[in-house]
Design a protein. Sequence first.
Length: 327
Amino acid sequence: MVYIWNDPSDVPADFGPSVVTFGNFDGVHRGHQQVLSQLIRSARLAQAKAVAITFDPHPAVIHRPESAPELIMGLDDKLEALGELGLDAILVVKYSLDLASLTAEEFVEQYLVHCLHASHVVIGHDARFGRGNSGDLETMKALGEKFGFDVQVISEFGSEGYPLHDDGGTDRRCSSTWVREALQEGDVATAASVLGRPHRMRGEVVHGAARGRALGFPTANLSPDATGLVPADGIYAGWLVDQAGKRWPAAISVGSNPTFDGVSRQVEAHVIDRPKEAVEDFDLYGQTVIVEFVQRLRGMVAYRGPEALVEQMRLDVDQAHQLLAGR
């Protein structure tokens, strides 16, 4: 069981000692996973608790909202992904201007020392923290000497899952930026290779224009406030996970339905292997579902009328079914 605390006051007074790291962890990609695996191993060797501090909202939302990056995943999915790695606890710190005003020493003393009783702190070579990002690795080492914790420096990891060479090598560093770039290009396969799992969105199924049902391909439409970065427009093979946890193969459409002069972007999933004996009873409305993107099949195209669109949709569903078979 992983403890999730939404405020430092939630942490038991007798908690610790702990091995701690901190970061945004957007996407919880393979680089994050390698870092946290190291942290967990260190915690087990030290007979301490493995703890990650993450921030909500993303700091850029507070400091530069006009250019803040789109989040790869919502907070619920991030906490679920972090929890699956084997951490003992996650502290979600509300990011605010007050938090940003803390000096590096104040942040470390309040959160790492007094709150979590850190015996070890795990950070990267380029870590920055405290007011104006004034704290760095050398700052942390000095604070470790002052407050009595060890500092463990971690390596950056590339797409092959191994530490990068000092010169950077030919491997690209796993990063949230790389995942965002891939998704914005519709390259969900590359995004999955960096994430270590398919990219997902989570949201409530809402009523749409019902065009898919009229055309013989009913879809589950995600609410506009669904979490997770929306990939580039196109048709994808993937999965829909219903509220009961059952995974269904799906053909997923992302776009504005140009054949019907649509304007707003929608994410809608056609479940391929629905129970034929109860098609009308297969009702996902109101459920919170997960949509996972496995591979892009094609871009979004405006067709000359419904007949041409239906023919293409049949081909898309067949291709998605073949691609997902046996997975």
